[in-house]
Design a protein around this ligand. Sequence first.
Ligand code: ZN
Length: 225
Amino acid sequence: MKNWMFSLSLLLCASFSNTQSTAPHEHEHSQQFTLAPKTLKATDARFIQPYTVNAGYLAVKGMEIKGFDAKSMEKVEQAFDVMEKVVNTEEFKSRVLNFVNTQGKTEFASNKGLTNEQVYARFMDGREDLQQDTPGEMNFFLKLYHKRYSKVIGWTNADINTININWKFFKGFKPSDVAGNFAHEWTHKIGFGHKSAAEHDSAPYAIGYIVREMSERALKGEELH
Ligand SMILES: [Zn+2]
């Protein structure tokens, strides 16, 4: 398994594998729209399906949360709440659709051949690679761990639901930082990776930064649209 640990100062982190699920997306919900695949790569079987999206609300759900005490749980819940607010705004949509990478192209780095519109659609669909039957939900399995001499803020990989969060960083994070980190990790859960911890224009990093910045404003009382 290929592991990627993010280290740097700001946010996120994670290990991640390129293993892909090939399960087709189902068409079982009435409120869906279809995005025509545009630049899909034949090597990426999972994305060959015409992409459908839950056009409704994307809810954030804690599924299994381990190792957090009451005070930490409060921060997790604040992060969940603000992230749910953020991802359902028009601003979030617009910022993902209009994202420009470091090459000046309107696309994410390591985008699996998906356009920004398709990345957004996949995000809002809410179906994780390992949880195809929960559209419309960002499902979180979190585990807090303690590793003092580590630069890893959190990690996950494609074979597990769990997102592991390092207390060393979590303890000093604001809820908006946590929301950004969760969004980064969850973007791994829907199949996107990054070539390195320096690939800040990959979907996990870029979306994590958008969520963090918008969460910070929301938590200061700004009304998001
Ligand atoms: Zn990562």
